[in-house]
Design a binder for this molecule. Structure first.
Ligand code: ARG
Length: 578
């Protein structure tokens, strides 16, 4: 089912085509910027007027006349405004019937896409040599929001956790692991902190020539499938994945082991990638390495930039694996492949996508999209680090978030039981970290700041969760009334709130298309604000008559439902009480 905006867009576009004779008309319907401009406004007429070299207001009037003759149910009134905009006022009865069906069938409120797709979402994807750190936060959270949104819209989502589990580092790690083998206890303690484990292994690698030789040998043994080495590697990977899973659980992220799409999975495909590139005459040798040079990738001095696919020692690279993954996704008949990865890898993905197309690994049926995000910065304006300059472990960061939230709720609401405090702290703390991230435009950097994200004011998780809990508490006070029908929108504030509620589906559809979760945060923040204004002006429980009480309660109920559904798509759990 289509959102209101999509329906209006289709109707106005068709009207434009009918009166102009042009086949390709885009009504460009947007939500109205001010209530006096109606509920929506169509901005597309000017473009076709230009094409036809006629007066846009005249065309707009013809479109209006055409639409009026159709007497479409949702539309109450149309008017031509400014240089050729069309203001669209929706009919109250239509709005009420939409809202009431959303209340009766909450699951159907966010309509399914008319053309469901198979979509791979590559996200989180940490390197398993180390523990997850703050650099993995954005990809994990943004990716998880996108999979929730896409699934909600009825798409078939294939989560792909493209973990780095292969490469020379693992030789050093398994050599270190094997040496500790005699001592189970020591192995256990060491693996409990992968950072320390990695540091120790690296130190030995750098300072102990024997160990370094052993490690190089280990890589070769591993690659040739030596069972002992494979077993040690598997043990290490399993341990490292447990660390990731602990983080996913804390973050309430929906990734599981079934979603692994590890780099090692592609080992057997890599020689085929090289031979395919070779037979397509795309390979060039440069300093012994095998590269693909494409015209469109040039550096500062106009020299062509390589995509290196095989090192001079025969080893394969990150790019080779990504090409193999594209090839597989094509075979799996994926329609869209989204890569939620830091912006610094933009060139890598542009090159991989271009080479994949050039080599025929992917055709037009597969859309390849890098969903880039920026860096989390510290208050000093540099990438966020611990005081000693180390990378911040994600696990520690999340524990601190919950602890800070616990202090906050204990202070704000001392009457809560200890169990309630724990639950609230969990939801507020983790929600704060997620919301702070999701509410920023993903392509920008942002400064990580505990005070802002845990504030009860502004576009934050505590504010949103509080807005929800407050509506729920109003509804709890109204035990005796049945709240399933919104009967009227007599007051402006009621109508504005109703219209705002009904916009959730179009916001969700926009995110499914462009992958900017901050649109959902902005929308929910506006919705909460609109509710507060409604609540100030329109008494709910103390309204003049019972039917108004009931209707306003139902409207409050709808708002709670919309907030809950929206926050759920962000991966944030709502609270009845806080
Ligand atoms: N493991 C990589 C890293 O830590 C990210 C992988 C992203 N996904 C991909 N298909 N390249 O940077």
């Amino acid at each position: 089912m289509e959102s209101i905006k999509q329906q209006l867009n289709a109707a106005v576009s068709q009207a434009m085509a009918a009166i102009s004779g042009l086949s390709d008309c885009n009504a460009n319907v947007v939500t109205a910027s001010k209530p006096e401009f109606g509920d929506y406004q169509a901005n597309g007429v000017m473009a076709i007027a230009k094409q036809l070299r006629t007066n846009p207001r005249e065309i707009a009037q013809k479109v209006v006349d055409h639409l009026e003759a159709l007497a479409l149910a949702p539309i109450d009134k149309l008017e031509v405004a400014g240089p050729g905009f069309i203001n669209i006022h929706l009919s109250d009865s239509y709005l009420l019937s939409e809202a009431n069906s959303a209340l009766q069938k909450p699951d159907l409120f966010i309509g399914k896409s008319d053309s469901p797709q198979k979509i791979a979402v590559d996200y989180s994807s940490p390197n398993l040599a180390k523990e997850m750190h703050v650099g993995h936060l954005r990809g994990t959270i943004i990716g998880d929001c996108l999979v929730r949104v896409l699934e909600k819209m009825g798409h078939e989502v294939v989560r792909q956790n493209h973990v780095g589990d292969w490469g020379t580092q693992f030789g050093m790690l398994i050599t270190h692991l094997r040496e500790l083998e005699g001592d189970q206890n020591e192995q256990g303690t060491q693996l409990a902190d992968l950072e320390v484990f990695y540091r120790d292994a690296k130190e030995r690698f750098d300072n102990d020539a024997d160990f370094a030789t052993q490690s190089r040998l280990a890589v070769v043994k591993l690659q040739s499938g030596d069972p002992e080495y494979v077993a040690a590697w598997e043990q290490f990977i399993d341990e490292s994945l447990k660390h990731c899973e602990a983080v996913y659980e804390k973050l309430a992220v929906t990734l599981s082991r079934d979603d692994l799409d590890a780099e090692s999975r592609y080992n057997d495909d890599l020689p085929i990638i090289i031979s395919d590139l070779e037979s397509k005459e795309l390979l060039t040798e440069s300093d012994g390495a095998r590269c693909v040079f494409l015209e469109q990738f040039k550096g500062k001095d106009d020299e062509l930039l390589p995509l290196i696919v095989q090192k001079s020692d025969g080893g394969y690279l990150y790019s080779t694996t990504d090409l193999a993954a594209v090839r597989l996704r094509m075979r799996d008949q994926i329609h869209r492949s989204l890569y939620v990865v830091h912006a610094r890898q933009s060139l890598h993905f542009q090159q991989v996508f271009a080479v994949a197309r050039e080599a025929g690994f992917a055709d037009d049926s597969l859309s390849l999209e890098h969903i880039a995000y920026g860096t989390i910065m510290g208050s000093d304006g540099r990438p966020f680090k611990t005081r000693s300059g180390d990378s911040v472990k994600l696990e520690d960061l999340l524990d601190e978030a919950v602890k800070r939230a616990h202090d906050l709720v204990s202070e704000k609401n001392p009457e809560l039981t200890p169990e309630e405090k724990t639950r609230v702290a969990q939801s507020v703390g983790i929600g704060a970290v997620k919301y702070a991230d999701l509410s920023k435009n993903r392509t920008s950097d942002y400064v990580f700041d505990w005070n802002t994200m845990l504030s009860f004011e502004g576009n934050t998780a505590p504010y949103m969760l509080y807005a929800y809990a407050r509506i729920r508490s109003i509804l709890r006070k109204a035990t005796a009334v049945n709240t399933t029908m919104i009967a009227a929108v007599a007051e402006t504030e009621e109508r504005v709130l109703l219209v705002k509620n009904l916009q959730l589906p179009e916001v969700v559809a926009a995110i499914a298309k462009d992958c900017y979760p901050n649109q959902l945060c902005n929308y929910l923040y506006e919705l909460a604000g609109v509710f507060m204004r409604f609540y100030e002006v329109c008494p709910i429980l103390k309204a003049e008559d019972t039917s108004t009480v009931q209707s306003r309660l139902a409207l409050a109920q709808l708002t709670a439902q919309t907030l809950q559904q929206g926050l759920d798509l962000l991966g944030i759990e709502t609270l009845e009480k806080m």
